[in-house]
Design a protein around this ligand. Structure first.
Ligand SMILES: [Mg+2]
Length: 241
């Protein structure tokens, strides 16, 4: 995001019909550019050192995720919401977004009680990384530019974890996982199954990433720009639902 005039840059690739990205890239000079005559640009993304790929085309996004690139399908928000123009605010779901879907699989296949049991048993075992972990890491590198003597100064980037996990029973594992990766998140919100839309209204992120369409739809209804990460066991359940 050259917008922040940093020496470290974050490479954002967007493809056709991604109007919400204007919010993210207003004032940004686009220098690397490719025209692919309707063919998928996904094969070029690694060569372009892409940190995040956003598209309205879910098939291309799926292809990018499979190629190991942080990627999401964009949807337009239903309402006009005012966003901060001095701070980039990025909100992430946890399971199957920052983290792998290993715990989500337990939840979907064996239910909530087994999930709680599993997470408490494995509290000290870090989760494997999910498709957007690298992007959080990239944002963290930019944030480090705003540290002086180990104290964070007023930072133009703020990150949020917005998870359906509950603090008491299953939250500890995700916080310990982030710590084991050496990654910080500015705010962690544990909703214990409550809808994400209302809390996102308060956060006002420029973009919110989730792997489950019902969270995307809930966010959109209340005006949040949401992006779907097509990864993990929830995709199978969405298709059969
Ligand atoms: Mg999830």
């Amino acid at each position: 995001f050259a917008f922040f005039k940093l020496t470290v840059t974050c490479r954002l690739a967007v493809s056709n019909r991604v109007t919400p990205c204007a919010v993210l890239i207003s004032g940004l000079t686009i220098e690397r550019f490719c025209m692919t005559g309707g063919k998928s640009p996904v094969g070029y993304l690694t060569a372009y050192l892409t940190n995040l790929y956003l598209s309205a085309d879910s098939e291309k996004v799926q292809e990018a995720i499979e190629a190991g690139i942080a990627s999401a399908t964009m949807f337009t928000a239903n309402k006009d919401v005012a966003y901060s123009d001095t701070q980039l605010r990025v909100a992430f779901d946890g399971d199957a977004v920052l983290f792998s879907d290993e715990s989500e699989q337990i939840f979907k296949e064996q239910g909530l009680d087994k999930f709680f049991e599993h997470e408490q048993l494995n509290e000290n075992k870090p989760l494997a990384q999910g498709p957007l972990k690298g992007f959080l890491e990239d944002l963290g590198k930019l944030q480090k530019k705003f540290y002086a003597k180990n104290e964070r100064l007023n930072c133009p980037i703020r990150t949020f974890l917005v998870t359906a996990r509950s603090a008491a029973s299953s939250g500890a594992r995700v916080l310990k996982t982030l710590r084991s990766w050496g990654l910080e998140i500015d705010e962690a919100l544990f909703l214990a199954g409550a809808p994400k839309g209302p809390i996102l209204v308060k956060i006002r992120p420029h973009i919110f990433f989730d792997d489950q369409m019902f969270h995307i739809e809930g966010a959109q209804k209340l005006g949040t720009i949401a992006a779907h990460v097509p990864y993990g066991v929830a995709q199978k359940y969405q298709k059969s639902a």
